[in-house]
Ligand binder design. Structure first.
Ligand code: NAD
Length: 324
């Protein structure tokens, strides 16, 4: 049987991931069959046009529903905003679960679902249980590395599932990323991702605070960034995603493009919510995480334009909070 892969959710991350996955798969198997699906049909059609311009001979179909996309392929990847969309794409009418119900046991056993969305651990585990009941395999495989990593094919995948599921998913994930880490059973990839983003969300705010303070004290932002990045305060939010234009020697951080692209503030707020919800459920304190969540909430409430811009735009928000 030719290789068949469906990709559902062609947003900022999904479109780059699908492009890498399909182009590398096509290079190995010219008869591979690809399917894409998005709630905004134009996103799927635009992806198809772009892909077929680069690979005119490739078989790439646009499906109208997740059910249709799932029936067509042995490997199904989802990259959606969060829990409600994953629930809907898997469990609602015309969803992936409905497709699995229509498959023979043999075909269901050969089907692998990879969800790379960042969502609630409990929702991911519930969906995966439904998938498992029907005989298919499923891993949660959220990513770290952002749009730049998605485009370059250098993402890190944090994977939750059995050893067999991890082994089965790894070759597919390797076409989109560089590091594939087995974090434990179902939901564990998400648990790791939520903890990582808790650190990131707090860190980006404090880097913005330090860059503002340093400038108020008369420092050149490039000098300050150079010091932090070579000292104990060095971190990704300062050395790669520094929020101040011209602070880094290269022009790649989103602040150089008026905070366009990158990781949306709304998505970071969502991830801080996932962390605080998980902490409440687990009974563990999260004082800084809670404070960071409140700050991202205020950013979006007071400056709605920043919701879809990179979360390092918290710097712009803090700038307006300063006296004078
Ligand atoms: P996005 O909003 O750009 O893309 C989501 C896509 O899903 C959109 O094209 C949307 O139309 C589609 N979609 C929504 N509901 C759907 C449905 N019911 N059926 C089919 N398609 C549907 O988001 P993104 O930036 O690509 O992020 C996707 C996920 O990756 C999120 O969980 C995010 O937290 C995570 N993530 C993002 C980044 C980043 O830098 N952007 C980094 C790491 C992880």
């Amino acid at each position: 049987r030719p290789k068949s892969i469906s990709f559902i959710g062609l947003g900022r991350m999904g479109s780059e991931m699908a492009f890498n996955l399909f182009s590398k798969t096509f290079a190995e198997s010219k008869d591979a069959q690809f399917t894409v699906c998005d709630a905004v049909p134009e996103a799927a059609h635009a992806f198809r046009r772009n892909f077929q311009e680069h690979f005119p001979g490739a078989s790439l179909h646009v499906s109208n529903t997740p059910e249709e996309a799932a029936i067509k392929s042995q490997t199904i990847i989802t990259m959606l905003p969060s829990s409600p969309q994953v629930r809907s794409v898997y469990s609602e009418d015309r969803g992936i679960i409905s497709a699995l119900r229509h498959l023979s046991r043999e075909d269901a056993n050969a089907t692998l679902c990879i969800d790379s969305t960042t969502l609630h651990v409990a929702v991911a585990r519930a969906v995966s249980e439904e998938v498992h009941k029907l005989g298919a395999l499923m891993v949660d495989a959220p990513v770290s590395g952002g749009v730049t990593g998605a485009k370059a094919g250098t993402l890190s995948f944090l994977v939750g599932g059995t050893h067999d599921e991890f082994t089965r998913a790894s070759p597919t994930l390797a076409l989109m990323g560089q590091r594939i880490i087995h974090c434990g059973h179902s939901g564990s990839g998400l648990a790791a991702k939520i903890c990582n983003n808790l650190v990131l969300g707090v860190e980006q705010i404090v880097v913005a605070e330090a860059m503002l303070l340093g400038q108020k004290l008369g420092l050149n932002p490039a000098v300050l960034a150079g010091v932090i990045n070579n000292s104990t305060g060095g971190c990704w939010s300062s050395s790669v995603n520094n929020p101040v234009p011209s602070a880094l020697p290269d022009k790649s951080p989103p602040c150089e493009r008026d905070y366009e692209g990158g990781f949306a503030t709304a998505l970071m707020l969502k991830d801080m919510g996932l962390a605080t919800d998980s902490a409440n459920a687990a009974g563990t304190p999260l004082p800084l995480g809670q404070m960071a969540q409140n700050i991202y909430e205020k950013v979006i409430r007071e400056k709605p334009d920043l919701a879809r811009k990179d979360f390092s735009s918290v710097y712009q928000y803090l700038e307006t909070q300063l006296p004078g």
